[in-house]
Design a protein around this ligand. Structure first.
Ligand SMILES: *[C@@H]1O[C@H](CO)[C@@H](O)[C@H](O)[C@H]1NC(C)=O
Ligand SMILES: *[C@@H]1O[C@H](CO)[C@@H](O)[C@H](O)[C@H]1NC(C)=O
Ligand SMILES: *[C@@H]1O[C@H](CO)[C@@H](O)[C@H](O)[C@H]1NC(C)=O
Ligand SMILES: *[C@@H]1O[C@H](CO)[C@@H](O)[C@H](O)[C@H]1NC(C)=O
Ligand SMILES: *[C@@H]1O[C@H](CO)[C@@H](O)[C@H](O)[C@H]1NC(C)=O
Ligand SMILES: *[C@@H]1O[C@H](CO)[C@@H](O)[C@H](O)[C@H]1NC(C)=O
Length: 264
């Protein structure tokens, strides 16, 4: 039900007949002006007006609210169990005119888990590997930046656009070729949720560091076996040829020697 309906007409008539022109210059304020809370959160909201003697005033919201304190020029409420983005309105009417102020309430899910995965964890120089960072249940995505780091160096910076209401995960991926250098630094992932434009602060979270093991590409074991067998065979082959050659020479010399004796 609208709170404006029942008062709008009578107060307008009152303003027309009783005190024309008065009550036009007043303002409605709300504190805080912006609000960002974690799901299920509560917040004290102060509605105030510059009107010296307002007829009515209050807070219009679908959230559960409790009036904490009330003075002619201000009312303090507790709004609680805030579970999704919403708009809360504060209104006052003063001599027939009514004014309202709106407050955007955003619900945020801070990055809690930072899942960093390097695949494979053991890689040869020159081979490719992937670093993936996943943050489940984070919101609002448009306030999030994920940064993949190698040591202190930024590998990639990813920003997001949030279109759906649901809390969903965010993922940043970096594909690289392994350098020797990669094995000497820790990889990590940094999440930054910047809620300043919604009345909040900046929330940072860093993943556990992870290392990539980088090794020099060496011929594999099978290759080593094949090469050694081949070398041994080659050696035996060469030695036997040499041996045959030497023995052959020896034998020929002896026969030549025998002929020589015969000729003589
Ligand atoms: C609510 O706001 C008004 C105007 O700023 C201020 O005078 C009043 O003290 C506030 N009330 C509380 C409880 O903070
Ligand atoms: C808070 O809100 C949620 C969802 O809107 C609801 O299921 C729950 O019952 C509420 N809790 C309280 C204590 O009002
Ligand atoms: C509140 O939200 C509306 C719509 O999302 C936007 O146009 C408006 O600028 C916001 N107000 C403030 C004070 O951030
Ligand atoms: C990545 O984003 C952060 C935060 O937005 C910024 O401070 C940093 O300079 C960016 N780095 C690069 C390399 O773009
Ligand atoms: C987001 O939620 C609001 C209110 O719960 C709903 O009206 C709107 O259709 C939803 N939008 C999407 C894209 O789901
Ligand atoms: C990488 O992180 C581990 C665990 O925090 C730490 O023990 C190690 O010293 C770090 N290595 C480098 C090169 O920073």
């Amino acid at each position: 039900m609208s709170p404006f309906g029942c008062w709008g007409l009578p107060t307008a008539l009152l303003a027309l007949f009783c005190c024309p022109g008065s009550g036009e210059e007043f303002e409605v304020h709300m504190y805080p002006e912006q609000l960002v809370v974690e799901p299920g959160g509560s917040q004290v909201v102060n509605c105030s007006t510059s009107c010296a003697n307002p007829n009515t005033g209050g807070l219009e919201t679908t959230l559960s609210k409790t009036l904490i304190q009330s003075k002619p020029q201000w009312k303090q409420f507790l709004v609680s169990n805030i579970s999704q983005d919403t708009v809360v309105h504060c209104y006052f009417s003063c001599f027939g005119s009514q004014k309202l102020k709106s407050l955007n309430v955003s619900v945020f899910y801070p990055p809690k888990q930072m899942l960093l995965k390097i695949q494979p964890t053991w890689v040869a120089v020159g081979k490719s590997f992937t670093v993936e960072c996943h943050v489940p249940d984070v919101k609002p995505l448009e306030s999030l930046t994920l940064t993949l780091l190698r040591g202190k160096e930024t590998l990639c910076n990813k920003t997001f656009t949030g279109e759906k209401n649901d809390t969903q995960g965010a993922t940043a991926t970096h594909k690289g070729m392994a350098h020797r250098e990669d094995g000497r630094h820790n990889f990590s992932c940094h999440a930054r949720l910047d809620l300043r434009s919604r009345g909040g602060a900046i929330i940072h979270r860093v993943s556990e560091p992870q290392m990539l093991k980088v090794y020099e590409p060496t011929p594999d074991n099978q290759m080593v076996v094949i090469i050694s067998v081949a070398s041994v065979l080659l050696f035996l082959f060469v030695t036997s040829i040499l041996l045959c050659f030497i023995l052959g020479q020896h034998w020929r010399q002896r026969r030549m020697g025998a002929y020589g004796v015969q000729d003589a």
